[in-house]
Design a protein around this ligand. Structure first.
Ligand code: IMP
Length: 471
């Protein structure tokens, strides 16, 4: 056998045709852009849908004939029977949460047999959630202690510290950060593949619990919770058994699908401005949310990624702490929050709401290489006399159109707005661009011109049907 023949033993040829198409759906703001709807829509043209980052901090909603499905870990393409739904290596998985989600889907008649997990995905365990909550509580207590008495954050759930320094992140408390920290730390990390070796899993859990119990006791402000490795082992194996889905090397699975000419759709979670490297650090999540995350989180070579569909809301929202230059703290903000049902799918927290920040969206389109944009929630802006778009910032007296991803420096950015006439018509039934009132069309055209990326789809309501395809 020659060297090159040996490489083809597994049936994976050295120079495969790799004819399959790939697409990615990526959020261009701080998450909650409405990616789930577009993943669901685009899934019909693909054979597999892959989650590659984040965990149950994400909340993707899909509405089919008025029925709403909330997904946190399961790829939003699950609503299409016969497709593979892949949770790849870059995702962090809480098995009890996944089991709950799968059980609800099964109960509502959704076929989940196509779901498969990477054996290299990391497990979110109870001590990760405990650590997440403890850290946030501690940071909040330190921030409040550092603040003059009586000063409260302007918006419930906003938190943050305008001057920088000590502040909680405002996490979802789903254990996401501590799980990724363990992944990088290595010694205490546990992966899906460990479930196949219960003895090894037990040893790893014993080590992890002894280290976590010691460190969390130091963080705790009251009686520390102690984590029991036997109880976690039992709960984990029980959830895994009940889930009944497979685990494999999903990188090979994805490449085999592509070699066979299949289409693969990658579903980004969270949003580009929450990306751990390119977002408003430190007010970000702990994963690579941008399109480049597909390479790390699913094993796809960068040059193999086809179209990148950037999803953006017609305005801005943000959950948790951190800067948001266009935030509206007035009745207009409240009106948009109520009309847009801007309450977290995962935590139920009211989302912070603001005018569209196009400086931020242009930056996100740039770092993702967005080939087209899908816009959501345009219908929510109906009924406003005027609408504003932030087209520049003023920072320390200087005007700039460059985004400032340093979360502490961005606190000092003042938005510079371009103002547009509003529209009063209900556009929920619009199905073509020409059905939109002229001011709404102008708003969309301005965004397209300023970002320099084609707007290919516009969503005017949550249902699959409430979508305009722009020719
Ligand atoms: P974590 O991901 O739970 O650590 O939270 C870090 C920050 O990201 C917090 O401000 C969260 O509110 C925010 N975040 C994480 N995932 C999402 C999401 O899917 N949508 C919106 N915000 C998110």
């Amino acid at each position: 056998m020659t060297g090159s023949e040996r490489f083809t033993e597994s049936g994976h040829s050295a120079h495969p045709p790799r004819t399959g198409r790939t697409s990615a759906v990526i959020g261009l703001q701080w998450g909650d852009e409405g990616k789930g709807k577009f993943v669901d829509l685009l899934a019909s043209g693909h054979d597999a849908i892959v989650r590659y980052n984040g965990g149950a901090n994400a909340g993707h909603s899909v509405v089919i004939k008025g029925e709403r499905f909330s997904l946190h870990l399961v790829p939003s393409g699950i609503m299409h029977p016969g497709k593979r739904s892949i949770i790849a290596n870059g995702v962090v998985v809480s098995l009890p949460t996944l089991l709950q989600e799968v059980t609800t889907l099964r109960g509502r008649g959704v076929d989940v047999s196509g779901l498969v997990l990477s054996d290299r995905a990391h497990l979110v365990l109870p001590y990760h959630r405990g650590e997440d909550a403890l850290r946030e509580d501690l940071l909040k207590a330190l921030r409040l202690a550092a603040k003059p008495a009586g000063e409260a954050p302007a918006v419930s759930g906003a938190g943050g510290n305008p001057g920088g320094g000590v502040s909680e992140i405002g996490t979802t408390k789903r254990g996401i950060g501590p799980t990724y920290a363990d992944k990088i730390q290595r010694a205490t990390a546990i992966r899906v593949g460990d479930l196949a070796r219960p003895d090894v899993l037990r040893q790893k859990l014993e080590l992890a619990c002894s280290i976590k119990n010691a460190t969390l006791a130091g963080l705790s402000q009251g009686e520390p919770v102690r984590f029991d490795p036997s109880a976690i082992l039992a709960e984990t194996l029980d959830a895994w058994g009940k889930l009944g889905c497979g685990a494999c090397d999903t990188t090979y699975l994805i490449h085999e699908l592509l070699d066979a000419g299949k289409g693969v759709l990658f579903e980004g979670a969270n949003g580009s401005l929450l990306d751990v490297d390119h977002g408003t650090y430190p007010f970000v999540t702990s994963s690579t949310c941008i399109a480049a995350g597909v390479g790390v989180g699913a094993g796809l070579p960068p040059q193999r990624l086809g179209q990148v569909i950037g999803v953006m809301k017609a305005y801005s929202t943000r959950v948790g702490s951190g800067p948001m230059p266009t935030e509206l703290l007035d009745s207009t903000g409240e009106r948009i929050r109520q009309r847009g049902r801007e309450f977290g799918t995962t935590t139920g927290r009211p989302r912070r709401v603001g005018w569209l920040d196009l400086v931020a969206v242009r930056y996100s389109a740039m770092i993702n290489g967005a080939s087209s944009i899908a816009m959501t929630m345009l219908d929510v802006l109906s009924g406003l006399d005027q609408v504003h778009i932030c087209t520049a910032y003023e920072i320390a007296g200087e005007r700039t159109t460059r985004f400032q991803p340093d979360g502490e420096l961005l606190q000092n950015a003042r938005p510079v707005y371009t103002t547009f006439p509003g529209f009063s018509e209900d556009i929920a039934t619009a199905r073509r661009v020409t059905d939109l009132p002229a001011p709404a069309r102008r708003y969309v055209e301005f965004i397209q011109e300023t970002v320099g990326v084609r707007i290919g789809m516009i969503s005017v309501g949550p249902d699959r049907e409430q979508t305009i395809e722009v020719p």
